[in-house]
Design a protein around this ligand. Structure first.
Ligand SMILES: Nc1ncnc2c1ncn2[C@@H]1O[C@H](COP(=O)(O)OP(=O)(O)OP(=O)(O)O)[C@@H](O)[C@H]1O
Ligand SMILES: [Mg+2]
Length: 554
């Protein structure tokens, strides 16, 4: 009706409550997604406050590697991550989702651990390896000691008569000396809050000991209830720090992201399995685990180094302070299919938890947009019946969580999919805005119509005949459903997903040499190409008999 009126959308509304871009193949979804990101960033540049730097974050999960170049002309930090096994290709860093960041569910899903025997063992192994390699925390030990000293004092108080007797007063005196020494050792010139509080106890204990020193034979004089009470009250004065901090006692559990080495983990699991009476059930499981951990492509993504920290990971993949706004493109196209879903699930979970924790720490939300292309691959409808956790279910569940709770933490989803009827209904129903391109399939149309009020159903009659680039915008960000034509993107600004030019290629208008050599080299993993160090060669030999290699076209 309004012909060529430009249409503007409030980005808070568009990205704040999840946006779904739906439509058939070739209907223009990827271009619209790329456009929405680009136009947002261009407006940021126009509207930026004087002296301030832009501060946006777009994380793109790109299963087909389409988005690689389409933002290159925007002068902002663009980080590209992918599986860089094919040497020579240089654009993009190696994608890393190290396995030490996975939680026990993610490990179970990827190793297909069965519910009864394998999963508990896996969890035990994870907990032990994380606990074993975690740095020793002197504060935790100090707390544990003081808490047990406190309990000891309470017992002395109950049995105060004994403090006058030979045994009792010796015990009490020795307990005091031991406490004094231990606190001294644990505090060790440090000055944390816990140490400061502990030093008060140290002083009180020493004062008491100077008033009641051992006699010539090494025996303590009689103690009484006042002596005990004085110490108990010093501890209770610092109750909040010393007694209420029980959570510190736990240390890392099976889900805490603490670095460990994959191969060490596999060996540890094997040791635990051998001690287990049901070890025979573990053979296949261990084999699966080993073949997974030694696959070259899998390794390139999940192997971590000790010096890589969680902080660095978040800075690279979510955003760093000096980025001044960033687009992070994660190209998932060469990730082996057996870990693809888990990688995406871990990635999404880490991003989500980071936002959750950010808000808890700073009482402030960090707005970030998580773009999921071809979302039906990761956010599938699933039946919630089977006992075993499958990777694809795990993946769908984390996105359901983000769809339900992400808004509060500033994490907005931008989904693009060809098959709304295959998408998880929970996720789709949490999307508040829809950009609908051409949709021909009946079931998909039905699906979409169910998401909008009946009175608006009529507008959607046009869905099957919408031309490319045209779409219907409806929901939270559009006060009335609006037929929009997306602004034109020039070729280099579009994702790499052009329609193929059959005719021009057939008739020679477009030159297209047929060259397979390099394709095959990459495919067969360059085993015989280039010079390798001995180390690399042995690594490859060790891993050359994995399940995955059975599929290689040798
Ligand atoms: N805004 C636009 N500007 C310019 N061309 C566009 C635009 N939108 C779509 N097109 C054209 O339509 C073609 C297909 O668009 P696009 O790749 O976005 O489709 P899609 O819906 O993502 O398809 P698929 O589901 O297969 O990924 C593009 O190659 C481009 O030629
Ligand atoms: Mg697309």
């Amino acid at each position: 009706m309004t012909a060529d009126a430009p249409i503007y959308v409030n980005p808070d509304k568009l990205f704040g409550r999840h946006l779904a871009v739906l439509g058939n193949t070739g209907s223009g979804k990827s271009c619209s997604v790329a456009g929405l990101i680009r136009w947002s960033i261009e407006s940021v540049k126009k509207n930026i406050e004087d002296g301030k730097n832009p501060n946006y974050r777009f994380l793109i999960l790109d299963p087909n590697g389409e988005y690689g170049e389409c933002f290159d002309d925007l002068s902002c930090s663009i980080h590209k991550y992918k599986v860089t096994l094919d040497n020579g290709e240089s654009s993009g860093e190696q994608l890393k989702v190290p396995s030490w960041m996975w939680n026990s569910f993610e490990w179970s899903a990827v190793t297909k651990a069965s519910d009864r025997s394998q999963r508990p063992l896996l969890r035990k192994a994870l907990k032990e390896i994380r606990y074993g390699v975690a740095e020793e925390n002197e504060d935790i030990e100090l707390l544990q000691f003081i808490q047990s000293f406190y309990v000891q004092l309470l017992n002395f108080k109950k049995n105060v008569v004994a403090l006058a007797e030979f045994r009792g007063r010796m015990n009490y005196g020795e307990a005091l000396e031991c406490a004094s020494r231990n606190i001294q050792t644990f505090t060790n010139n440090r000055s944390t809050d816990i140490c400061k509080a502990a030093l008060c106890i140290h002083t009180a204990v020493n004062n008491l000991l100077t008033t009641k020193p051992r006699d010539r034979n090494g025996y303590f004089p009689t103690f009484n209830v006042v002596d005990v009470n004085s110490l108990i009250s010093v501890i209770e004065q610092n109750k909040a720090i010393l007694l209420d901090s029980f959570q510190l006692e736990k240390g890392p559990d099976s889900d805490t992201p603490i670095f460990f080495d994959n191969m060490m983990f596999a060996s540890h699991l094997q040791t635990i399995a051998q001690d287990n009476p049901n070890a025979s059930f573990m053979d296949y499981f261990l084999m699966r685990m080993k073949s997974l951990l030694s696959d070259v492509r899998v390794k390139s993504v999940i192997d971590g180094k000790k010096e890589d920290t969680l902080e660095q990971w978040l800075e690279s993949y979510v955003g760093a302070d000096d980025d001044n706004g960033s687009i992070n493109i994660v190209d998932l196209s060469l990730i082996p299919s057996d870990i693809l879903n888990v990688i995406v699930a871990v990635f999404a979970r880490l991003v989500f938890e980071a936002h959750q924790r950010y808000r808890r720490k700073y009482q402030n939300v960090m707005p970030t947009t998580l773009v999921v292309e071809e979302a039906h691959n990761f956010i599938k409808n699933y039946l919630d019946s089977s006992e075993d956790i499958s990777s694809s279910q795990l993946c769908a569940q984390i996105f359901e969580k983000i769809a339900k709770e992400g808004r509060k933490f500033g994490l907005g989803l931008l989904l693009s999919s060809q098959r709304p009827s295959e998408l998880s209904q929970t996720v789709l129903s949490q999307c508040n805005t829809f950009l609908l391109h051409r949709l021909v399939n009946d079931r998909d149309q039905e699906m979409v119509k169910r998401l909008v009020p009946d009175s608006l159903g009529g507008v959607l009659g046009e869905l099957p005949i919408l031309p490319t680039r045209t779409a219907i915008l409806l929901g939270w960000a559009a006060s009335i459903p609006t037929l929009v034509e997306m602004s034109e993107l020039t070729k280099e600004k579009r994702p790499k997903s052009n329609d193929p030019h059959f005719w021009d290629v057939w008739t020679g208008k477009e030159d297209l040499p047929i060259k397979w050599a390099e394709v095959c080299q990459d495919w067969q993993r360059n085993y015989n190409v280039g010079v390798e160090t001995e180390d690399e060669q042995t690594k490859k030999d060790e891993s050359s008999l994995t399940e995955d290699d059975v599929d290689l076209p040798f």
